[in-house]
Design a protein around this ligand. Structure first.
Ligand SMILES: Nc1ncnc2c1ncn2[C@@H]1O[C@H](COP(=O)(O)OP(=O)(O)OP(=O)(O)O)[C@@H](O)[C@H]1O
Ligand SMILES: [Mg+2]
Length: 508
């Protein structure tokens, strides 16, 4: 029950149902008014600032989604909850896109609605107390789980918005740990296929001989050990998205079969004479340079073009270091999230804190996908035993994080923060000594001879590339952008420096 009476407008064309709900809500302390149509609702909204609007989606004239949109346009703080009929989850998703906070499916128990209202009110309270922080969060979570405000990330978000609603094939490239899989999932969850499956297959994790059957399935007796028939990943992803990770590792023979599946959307299960047709969006990812592999004959050119319809290149973390503080904050929050006070920590939270739904219902996923700010965290990990986990980083620790080249990118950063949290047990701040050794040593790029090889090793190529980029940037800074003098500082020919600059600039 709300502390202060909340003014609630209920919009429902079935009079008996509307009155019954209104009576029950009044009993629970809400100040309720009723409207029998969308038009009537708008008239009431025009002269009264309701806190909450609960509307049926299917209304005789103006529909519930339009009512929500109008209500939110007039009162951005209003909590709009929609009531949907059976099997109209899509409409609910549409309503959420247009500003609804949550939805309740018909038929519902009054308790369900009360729960949804309670959690919405709680969250809105938090929101107004914390409006500024919250605005930042929403900005950050435009695509849930993808944190970043650097220019390259802003461009990425724009691109994702454009491509998510389509079914075009996408090729995501980027170093290890840059978020290729996160991005692939975000595309799926923000597009029309979100109601169907996202099926991931790491092509490098499966022996070549089994990969074909894994992709396309097999029939009984197709090979030794094929005791029954089995659908492959393509079939499993029917109407959804198939994520082919490390696609560069596939043999040339299999590339050919994949090409046909992509072109014709049909294939045969291994050992089958019958052709199977599917409707699948393919997102491929690789951390190798497929363009170069094509030039060297290791990858089919036609397949490359088929996959590379929309290329998405993820920048390495060292090229968007301004995102590091934000990422650190994100991981600290994620890793130290306290258990739920109601003791239901074991259950995954429903979208935006509403009541948990049955796992079989596709709705929560859908809602989460379109709701900025929705959290995807599962069971919170306990931080250091019985002490409050650190929530900040010392300036010096942050300076080291900023100086480190992050060959393992965001994954490595996340691991580093997790480790640092464990080591900082009992203190409220993470300090330099809590960081992994190689990061503690990170500082100005070291002079030759003083570089320490961390116990965990380095990615030599990207490490050297970072040093090269930094030295070039410094030489240009020192010479105010004079390429001739910068080249002399680096003992390079001017043309060589220009070449290198071009290569560097091609990266996002
Ligand atoms: N922009 C981001 N914001 C927050 N977390 C991120 C972001 N990008 C990646 N992560 C996190 O970093 C980790 C690695 O991401 P992911 O698995 O998508 O990388 P990848 O590019 O597929 O790596 P690999 O090539 O090694 O498979 C995950 O835990 C993911 O949640
Ligand atoms: Mg991956």
């Amino acid at each position: 029950m709300p502390d202060i009476a909340k003014h609630l407008l209920i919009v429902e064309d079935e009079t008996a149902l509307r009155q019954a709900i209104a009576a029950q809500l009044t009993d629970r302390g809400y100040e309720v008014q009723e409207a029998g149509s969308g038009e009537e609702a708008l008239a009431r909204l025009a002269d009264f600032a309701f806190d909450i609007i609960v509307t049926d989606l299917r209304l005789p004239g103006m529909d519930g989604s339009a009512v929500v949109e109008a209500a939110v346009a007039r009162y951005p703080e209003i909590i709009a909850i929609v009531v949907t009929g059976y099997g109209t989850v899509k409409d609910a998703v549409e309503a959420i896109k247009r500003g609804a906070w949550d939805f309740v499916s018909k038929p519902f128990q009054i308790d369900e609605l009360l729960l949804a209202l309670g959690s919405a009110i709680e969250q809105r309270q938090l929101k107004s107390e914390n409006a500024y922080l919250r605005a930042q969060l929403e900005e950050r979570y435009r695509f849930e789980g993808i944190v970043g405000r650097s220019r390259s990330m802003a461009r990425l978000f724009q691109l994702l918005e454009t491509v998510a609603p389509t079914s075009s094939t996408i090729l995501i490239t980027g170093e290890t740990g840059t978020g290729k899989e996160v991005v692939a999932r975000a595309i799926h969850h923000n597009g029309p296929r979100r109601m169907h499956r996202f099926v991931a297959l790491n092509c490098s994790a499966i022996p070549e001989t089994l990969l074909e059957a894994e992709l396309f399935g097999h029939v009984r007796g197709a090979f030794t050990g094929a005791v029954g028939s089995r659908a492959g990943r393509f079939e499993q992803a029917h109407r959804g998205t198939l994520f082919l990770d490390e696609v560069g590792t596939m043999s040339v023979a299999l590339q050919m079969k994949l090409l046909r599946a992509l072109q014709e959307r049909e294939f045969e299960r291994v050992g089958d004479s019958h052709t199977t047709r599917v409707d699948v969006r393919v997102i491929a990812a690789t951390n190798s340079d497929l363009g170069r592999m094509v030039a060297e004959g290791g990858f089919r050119e036609d397949l490359y073009y088929r996959l590379n319809v929309i290329p998405i290149e993820l920048p390495p973390l060292r090229e968007r270091k301004d995102d590091i503080p934000l990422l650190v904050q994100h991981f600290l929050a994620k890793l130290t999230k306290p258990p739920r006070p109601d003791g239901r920590a074991g259950r995954p939270p429903a979208p935006h804190g509403g009541p948990a739904r049955e796992p079989s219902a596709p709705a929560p996923d859908a809602a989460r996908a379109v709701r900025p700010g929705a959290s995807d965290e599962r069971t919170p990990r306990p931080a250091a035993a019985d002490s409050r986990p650190a929530t900040t980083l010392s300036q010096e620790a942050m300076r080291r994080l900023m100086a480190y080249p992050w060959p393992g990118n965001i994954r490595q950063l996340e691991n580093a923060i997790e480790r640092a949290l464990a080591f900082s047990a009992g203190r409220s701040q993470i300090d330099v000594t809590d960081l992994p050794a190689e990061i503690q040593q990170a500082d100005e790029p070291a002079a030759p001879g003083t570089i320490a090889l961390p116990a965990s090793g380095v990615d030599l190529e990207s490490y050297i590339a970072t040093i090269e980029r930094e030295l070039i940037e410094r030489s240009l800074e020192r010479t105010n952008g004079n390429k001739g003098r910068a080249a002399r500082l680096l003992n390079l020919k001017r043309t060589t420096l220009v070449e290198k600059l071009k290569r560097l600039n091609r990266r996002p």
